[in-house]
Design a protein around this ligand. Structure first.
Ligand SMILES: *[C@@H]1O[C@H](CO)[C@@H](O)[C@H](O)[C@H]1NC(C)=O
Ligand SMILES: *[C@@H]1O[C@H](CO)[C@@H](O)[C@H](O)[C@H]1NC(C)=O
Ligand SMILES: *[C@@H]1O[C@H](CO)[C@@H](O)[C@H](O)[C@H]1NC(C)=O
Ligand SMILES: *[C@@H]1O[C@H](CO)[C@@H](O)[C@H](O)[C@H]1NC(C)=O
Ligand SMILES: *[C@@H]1O[C@H](CO)[C@@H](O)[C@H](O)[C@H]1NC(C)=O
Ligand SMILES: *[C@@H]1O[C@H](CO)[C@@H](O)[C@H](O)[C@H]1NC(C)=O
Ligand SMILES: *[C@@H]1O[C@H](CO)[C@@H](O)[C@H](O)[C@H]1NC(C)=O
Ligand SMILES: *[C@@H]1O[C@H](CO)[C@@H](O)[C@H](O)[C@H]1NC(C)=O
Ligand SMILES: *[C@@H]1O[C@H](CO)[C@@H](O)[C@H](O)[C@H]1NC(C)=O
Ligand SMILES: *[C@@H]1O[C@H](CO)[C@@H](O)[C@H](O)[C@H]1NC(C)=O
Length: 473
């Protein structure tokens, strides 16, 4: 009485593999570096060569250096080509959208200048899909305020939606697509010359990922036809992620943002003087919990400005009282520390991430299985997502050194056949364009790992069909 949908997983995922007890599902602490060392973060200086002020790296800086404004990704120049005996058979890419304005929720109560997006446009329209149907004009949003409307917008004035991928962020997206195409098409001759059903793109319900996807796909294929972007309904979107998992949210809240966890409280306490200075300039009330339970808002506010060569903010009442570069750098160090704690240093991080991102992991595992079984023609899947998606993925992979995934942060899963081993498949995981190393010994340096081991790790954590996620949430 098996339907074909049940038959496939049974045939290709023998239970013995899912129950392989030699796959270690435990949480392992990340490396000790400045990122998770409170004394380095609070009493240190600078940003340890991390870049926060341009999409371009300073002259002479090695590509691969952390750049919040435009993180490293797979490019031809640095791409580690696999040994000739391995044949690439499936690629799945996930990355954070590119640089944007701040979210309105991260703008100061009164901003000292305006932010314009008049050099780009966001196209919104519906259109019948049948070629002979009525057509649609290619219309875009033109943001304005009127003198008659008595309410001033929160945060910045100007002509942007907050958030919106900026003009430079659009160009970074295009280049990202071109660089991926340079490797997977030009160098490896893996991608088809023209877009077909072998190549698919997916976005989240936050429109900024669609803004990126359009540019990125043009950087790859310059298609003249319309292109579908796969998207799940907002209530169940596994990529954003947006499905409800109260157990995971509660677990995050028990040790991270808003919690009284001693490690979390200690960093906020140590940062009190910095908070006082920033509040006095921004006008944010020191009672505002949004701003004072983590550095997220200050980090986003300051970095969005600096990534777009805008000056650090000054007090409305005193234009000479401005945030200094030293203070901004301290915020950037604290942001790294917070992401490392929430997604890696806390021993609860693995379960919290498994609950909140496990559905996407199960989908990835199924995509890999479908590639192996031949059930799907897709050889390249591309997901445009958020820092919340990439952080949770890195958490589940137990990356050795966690950072806050900046704009364009990329993880690539590559599935290979080895021509000497029959049907066996192997996996590489690339982070920032280079091989990812996990603190979990089952994964280790993920360079031609037996795919059965990775699938057993995923199944062990999230269950086939995300059954364990459902049970947990
Ligand atoms: C179990 O996993 C280990 C690696 O962790 C692998 O070497 C072994 O072949 C696997 N055994 C089975 C039966 O899949
Ligand atoms: C983390 O530590 C391991 C083991 O000492 C080392 O091999 C690896 O290079 C470290 N990773 C980073 C990014 O420093
Ligand atoms: C920073 O340095 C001060 C002065 O030496 C010290 O009292 C404080 O404990 C240090 N903070 C951290 C988090 O190590
Ligand atoms: C943290 O950094 C401080 C100062 O940079 C150093 O003395 C200390 O050994 C580090 N702690 C750990 C656990 O690495
Ligand atoms: C970015 O900051 C670094 C120092 O942190 C500085 O050397 C560089 O000139 C700055 N770049 C831009 C474009 O402002
Ligand atoms: C298998 O890989 C070897 C090593 O690169 C290569 O020389 C050989 O042609 C390959 N064989 C097949 C059948 O692809
Ligand atoms: C900057 O801070 C304000 C808080 O007043 C917040 O509303 C806004 O979203 C922040 N900007 C960004 C880009 O996050
Ligand atoms: C265009 O819309 C009109 C009004 O609904 C409808 O009658 C007509 O059939 C549509 N034309 C095409 C080509 O679909
Ligand atoms: C923003 O617009 C409001 C009116 O809507 C105006 O009062 C305010 O001065 C403007 N702020 C800036 C920085 O231009
Ligand atoms: C908050 O700011 C007010 C003055 O604006 C001050 O009296 C109070 O002590 C501050 N509270 C904290 C917790 O810093």
């Amino acid at each position: 009485m098996f339907s074909s949908t049940y038959l496939l997983p049974l045939l290709f995922v023998p239970f013995t593999k899912a129950q392989n007890t030699s796959v270690d599902l435990n949480w392992y602490a990340p490396n000790s570096t400045w990122v998770n060392n409170l004394s380095s973060v609070i009493n240190g200086t600078g940003t340890h060569s991390f870049v926060f002020n341009s999409s371009q790296l300073p002259r002479g800086t090695r590509y691969g250096t952390y750049n919040w404004c435009n993180m490293p990704h797979v490019r031809r120049e640095e791409y580690p080509v696999a040994d000739k005996q391995y044949e690439l058979v499936y690629v799945e890419v996930i990355h954070r959208h590119h640089k944007r304005t701040p979210y309105a929720s991260n703008t100061f109560p009164k901003e000292s200048y305006s932010w314009y997006c008049s050099d780009e446009a966001l196209f919104y329209y519906g259109k019948p899909l049948n070629a002979n149907g009525n057509a649609s004009a290619s219309t875009y949003w033109n943001v304005y305020t009127s003198n008659t409307n008595p309410f001033a917008p929160t945060g910045f004035n100007g002509t942007c939606q907050f958030p919106q991928i900026t003009r430079e962020g659009l160009d970074d997206s295009w280049q990202h697509g071109k660089d991926l195409y340079g490797v997977y098409h030009d160098l490896l001759r893996f991608l088809p010359d023209y877009m077909d059903d072998k190549v698919t793109y997916r976005v989240t319900n936050n429109v900024i990922t669609s803004e990126v996807a359009g540019m990125l796909i043009d950087g790859m294929y310059k298609p003249s036809a319309t292109i579908p972007l796969k998207i799940q309904p907002p209530s169940v979107d596994s990529l954003e992620p947006a499905y409800t998992c109260s157990a995971a949210s509660n677990l995050f809240s028990s040790y991270g943002v808003g919690s009284s966890n001693s490690v979390w409280a200690a960093h906020l306490a140590a940062a009190k003087p910095l908070y006082a200075t920033l509040d006095s300039i921004s006008g944010v009330a020191n009672t505002s919990t949004d701003w004072h339970t983590s550095f997220d808002h200050y980090f986003d506010n300051l970095s969005a400005r600096q990534c777009h060569s805008k000056p650090l903010p000054c007090a409305i009442s005193n234009p000479n009282n401005c945030v200094t570069q030293e203070e901004a750098d301290a915020v950037y160090r604290l942001g790294q520390y917070e992401y490392s704690f929430i997604y890696r240093d806390s021993s609860s991080s693995l379960q919290a991430s498994v609950g909140s991102f496990g559905v996407w992991i199960a989908e990835l595992a199924q995509n890999i299985r479908d590639s192996i079984s031949g059930a799907s023609p897709v050889i390249y899947r591309h997901n445009v997502a958020h820092d919340g998606s990439v952080s949770r993925l890195l958490s589940i992979l137990q990356i050795d050194v966690m950072v806050w995934p900046g704009m364009g942060s990329e993880v690539v899963f590559e599935l290979y056949k080895n021509n000497g081993t029959g049907s066996k498949r192997f996996v590489r995981i690339l982070w920032g364009g280079q091989i990812l190393t996990s603190s979990n010994p089952t994964l280790g340096k993920v360079d031609m790992l037996n795919v059965d081991v990775l699938l057993a790790y995923f199944d062990g954590l999230v269950g086939v069909g995300a059954s364990k996620v459902v049970a947990y949430c």
